[in-house]
Design a protein around this ligand. Structure first.
Ligand code: AMP
Length: 281
């Protein structure tokens, strides 16, 4: 596995592989890699001949007072994990490689970027869309892999690709969970033992909502109420949002006719966790 911090060299290497006829797969990450990330890497390894993983804690997607400065990192351990998965290129640039002095171009999704996590974290999706657009231009992948764990991000990336005509196929991989249902996240490392136990309420509340849907409930507000009440049963959880929305527009659904995204965000102390599930077909 080649490890590069230089954007110019990473771009040259990926273009070289592309010219040699390889299908290029890109997995963007912020590091502190767990099985969720590795599931994306494995999907890329299965589908494509040249797998690029980017590892970059993107400052522009963090708001003031968020966890940018304490975001977990261990490049050496991440490098070993990616090497074991047969990754071809690890692109791990410093901030100045991505945002050199004088940088001033950003990508903003006017409406979608302000929904769900975009409402709770102003500017978050502007940072995400900007860095993903840059990664697409640097690596020029045929396919890029994202986790369903970040459902609003998936909607944003799909819209970005359509709006800016990126010739990239977006592959979305299922949420990887711990044995007790908690979605794997680099941020789980912040939780105390009590908060970690309390975090199981997220998955339980999604399952309670799914079960009400399976019994025939199709009203969005009624399902949001199930979600809210289930979350409220955990005193250590402070709800950020509970939503039943259309997966691509992220707009609230009054009545579920086909697919719905049930999404939740909650605080456990200083740590904000998200989770979701898809209903319908
Ligand atoms: P991050 O490093 O948190 O930016 O995540 C990088 C990619 O891994 C994103 O596309 C995430 O959606 C995905 N991801 C993170 N956690 C999980 C998980 N538990 N299951 C599946 N994908 C995940």
């Amino acid at each position: 596995m080649m490890v590069l911090s230089s954007t110019a060299r990473a771009q040259a290497r990926a273009l070289e592989a592309r010219s040699a006829g390889a299908a290029i797969g890109l997995v963007p990450t912020m590091g502190a890699l767990h099985e969720g990330h590795l599931s994306l890497v494995r999907a890329a390894r299965r589908d494509t001949q040249f797998v690029v993983v980017s590892l970059f804690v993107n400052p522009t997607q963090f708001g003031p007072g968020e966890d940018l400065d304490r975001y977990p990192h261990d490049l050496e351990q991440d490098r070993r994990k990616l090497e074991a998965e047969g990754v071809d290129l690890l692109y791990a640039p410093p901030v100045e490689e991505v945002y050199p002095s004088g940088y001033q171009t950003y990508v903003e999704l006017e409406e979608l970027g302000r929904r769900l996590d975009g409402a709770s974290r102003p500017g978050h999706f502007r940072g995400v869309a900007t860095v993903v657009a840059k990664l697409f231009n640097i690596v020029q992948p045929h396919r890029a892999y994202f986790g369903q764990k970040d459902a609003a991000q998936v909607a944003v990336i799909r819209r970005l690709v359509t709006d800016l005509n990126f010739p990239v196929e977006i592959v979305v991989c299922p949420i990887v969970r711990e044995a007790d249902g908690v979605a794997m996240s680099s941020r789980n490392a912040y939780l105390s033992a009590d908060q970690r136990r309390a975090a199981t309420v997220l998955y339980r509340s999604l399952e309670a909502t799914r079960s009400r849907y399976s019994s025939g409930e199709r009203s969005g507000p009624a399902l949001v109420e199930v979600l809210r009440q289930s979350l409220a049963s955990e005193p250590l959880a402070r709800i950020d949002y509970c939503a039943v929305v259309t997966p691509d527009t992220l707009l609230p659904l009054t009545m579920i006719r086909s697919r719905a995204l049930v999404a939740v965000a909650a605080w456990f102390g200083q740590t904000r966790l998200i989770d979701n599930t898809l209903l319908g077909d």
